[in-house]
Design a protein around this ligand. Structure first.
Ligand SMILES: [Zn+2]
Ligand SMILES: [Zn+2]
Length: 340
């Protein structure tokens, strides 16, 4: 196993130039809420943000519904499955390995070409530009399940309705209320100071367009059949975007409500195996909150973590270095039960 490098604790979070350990989270929280520098930029998601969120969330299911007749009338072709699987895996890893573990948590270091590829692939999931995703997610870790967390499912009361509304808020509702509140240079200084990543960020709509056009182009070029091109667009574009979006959203909702807790954390994060399978390891979310900077989330032998396997592969090809992993004594210290 690789050695853990560069810090005394794996519980650290980087918020801009500040490095905060979760042991000191309560202090950091007070500072964050109490100073101008760490105050959110706005009270609510911008109108433009709400509009694009609505389009990004509704376009795939509405597109699938309007194409239902086309899908119903034709057999499923092998190419549909290949294009779906290929784009689901590649763009999904853009979020899990790229947006999340590399850019938000700096779990490893890599060269600019790999960064560029991961940033573009991540954008192709239609989960928002990199700067916004990173800022929102760093805030989630800093304030998790407390005031200021952009997407906690903690209910406002004890009625069934309150629990349901909490889950709804954490799954999609938050994007219309608290998305992008913290989007400024203080929370993603490392991204804002990288010219290449900022160029990718500004070209976000281009990657959205490519996310739909590439599956269509692949299907069409491989068969010279426009009908199969459209099927590829539906499977490799719309259905793939829809499924991966909701799998990722489930990390915010399901994994803060249902599942097993394996490590002590100050939040309600949980491990959920099905979400982990659909999100390449991100569903081992309690492990992740216990060791935010770890490149590996599935810490137990049976906890399949495809994103970690990819990072290991990158390391074997010398494309990943400074890979962070928890030490045995750190794991034991926070353990509520032994990993399987
Ligand atoms: Zn979480
Ligand atoms: Zn995280």
């Amino acid at each position: 196993m690789q050695t853990y490098q560069g810090s005394t604790t794996l519980n650290e979070l980087s918020i801009g130039e500040k490095v905060i350990t979760s042991d000191h989270r309560d202090i950091a929280l007070k500072e964050t809420l109490g100073t101008d520098k760490y105050r959110p930029e706005r009270k609510e998601t911008t109108r433009v943000g709400k509009f694009f969120t609505l389009v990004a969330i509704l376009l795939p299911p509405l597109g699938i519904l309007s194409a239902a007749k086309l899908l119903w009338d034709t057999d499923l072709h092998l190419i549909d499955i290949y294009v779906f699987a290929g784009f689901y895996i590649l763009t999904g890893l853009g979020i899990t390995v790229g947006y999340h573990r590399l850019f938000t948590h700096r779990a490893f270091e890599t060269n600019i070409l790999v960064k560029l590829a991961l940033a573009i692939l991540g954008a192709m999931t239609l989960q928002g530009p990199l700067t916004q995703w990173v800022s929102d997610h760093r805030m989630h870790h800093l304030m998790s399940d407390q005031k200021g967390d952009p997407h906690s499912p903690v209910p406002s009361g004890n009625k069934l309705k309150d629990h349901f509304m909490g889950l709804w808020h954490a799954h999609v509702g938050w994007m219309f209320k608290t998305k992008g509140l913290w989007r400024n240079v203080n929370y993603a200084e490392d991204i804002y100071s990288n010219k290449v990543l900022m160029a990718v960020d500004r070209l976000y709509l281009l990657w959205v367009l490519l996310s739909l056009l590439l599956p269509f182009g692949l299907g069409y070029i491989m068969t010279s059949n426009i009908q199969i091109g459209l099927e590829s667009l539906i499977w490799g574009g719309l259905i793939r975007i829809f499924l991966f979006q909701h799998a990722t959203f489930a990390v915010n909702s399901i994994c803060h409500k249902f599942g097993r807790r394996q490590y002590q954390t100050k939040d309600n994060s949980r491990n959920q195996w099905l979400v982990a399978l659909l999100t390449f390891g991100e569903g081992w979310h309690n492990n992740h909150h216990a060791f935010p900077r770890s490149a590996r989330h599935g810490l137990g032998k049976l906890q399949i973590d495809v994103s970690w396997l990819v990072i290991k592969l990158l390391k074997n090809f010398k494309l990943a270095k400074s890979v962070y992993l928890p030490k045995e004594n750190q794991i034991v210290k926070l353990s509520l039960r032994l990993p399987k």
